[in-house]
Design a protein. Structure first.
Length: 274
């Protein structure tokens, strides 16, 4: 497949992944009283917050087959690559997607300085780590039982050793519940609004990017008041890619699940662990 066709597939896969993260089944958007234009995000339950974080981890970290999307990387990498190939850009329509995908990547790559009291290890640790490391630790702990967390335990032990704390991988399973409580009930609760805003901005960035090509492609079937069709761009000629294009345009037609919103500024400062 050519670049446009691979971008079509990658965009569709990434858009559907974003829709699985930012939707009303997982979270509610509540306007902040007395602060016009700002909102808080509340997850339906702790389990919904966990699912949000697990799906975000997959979106930002798990790699896809290069043969399918043309990119050997995560869905976030696929979107950042699409901002370079920009096969469907019309008058700079890709700019919002580039800005939102970059903002999410930069947030995940930013480093946090945390204070963690781990009674099982009798350590009060001070760590400075990228946020994506914290998401990796918590997301995998939520997904897997302890028997499947060998890699996570090794990674956690390495982080502690790099900060001057003598911790072996064999000790880490005893402390994972303490770490999870700090991250799940504190860090990612506080930053949940900001993260949801960043992910929702990516979905709206996709909408802004693809809406012009949707308008060019969409048409009602002549003589039929119900059925519609898409006129495919010349660059999308492969039969399979055209099915992906149709599916992608249907997502644009359906629009994002959640309205645009700005997270409350008081939830963008620092959690109590920092």
């Amino acid at each position: 497949m050519n670049t446009s066709e691979q971008e079509t597939i990658g965009l569709c896969i990434a858009l559907e992944a974003v829709g699985d993260i930012a939707n009303h089944a997982l979270l509610d958007i509540l306007d902040v009283d007395g602060i016009p234009g700002e909102a808080e995000v509340r997850y339906k339950t702790d389990a919904h917050q966990q699912l949000f974080l697990v799906r975000l981890l997959d979106f930002s970290k798990e790699t896809s087959a290069k043969s399918l999307t043309g990119v050997s990387g995560s869905c976030l990498d696929v979107l950042l690559a699409a901002c370079e190939t920009r096969s469907f850009d019309v008058g700079g329509s890709v700019d919002a997607l580039a800005a939102s995908a970059t903002a999410l990547r930069d947030w995940l790559d930013a480093r946090s300085s945390l204070k963690l009291w781990l009674p099982t290890l009798e350590i009060e640790a001070k760590l400075t780590v990228p946020r994506h490391e914290l998401l990796f630790i918590l997301g995998n702990h939520v997904k897997h039982n302890l028997a499947r967390l060998t890699g996570v335990c090794t990674r956690v032990a390495t982080l502690f050793n790099e900060h001057g704390y003598e911790v072996s991988p064999e000790q880490v399973p005893l402390a994972l519940d303490d770490i999870r409580e700090h991250l799940e009930a504190n860090y990612f609760v506080y930053y949940g609004t900001w993260l949801a805003e960043l992910v929702n901005n990516v979905r709206w960035g996709l909408q802004d990017y693809l809406l012009p090509v949707f308008r060019q492609s969409f048409a009602m079937v002549p003589g039929d008041a119900i059925r519609y069709e898409y006129h495919f761009p010349a660059s999308v000629s492969d039969a399979v890619a055209r099915q992906w294009f149709w599916r992608l345009m249907n997502h644009v037609r359906a629009k994002p699940y959640i309205k645009r919103f700005v997270g409350a500024n008081y939830l963008k400062r620092a959690s109590s662990l920092e």
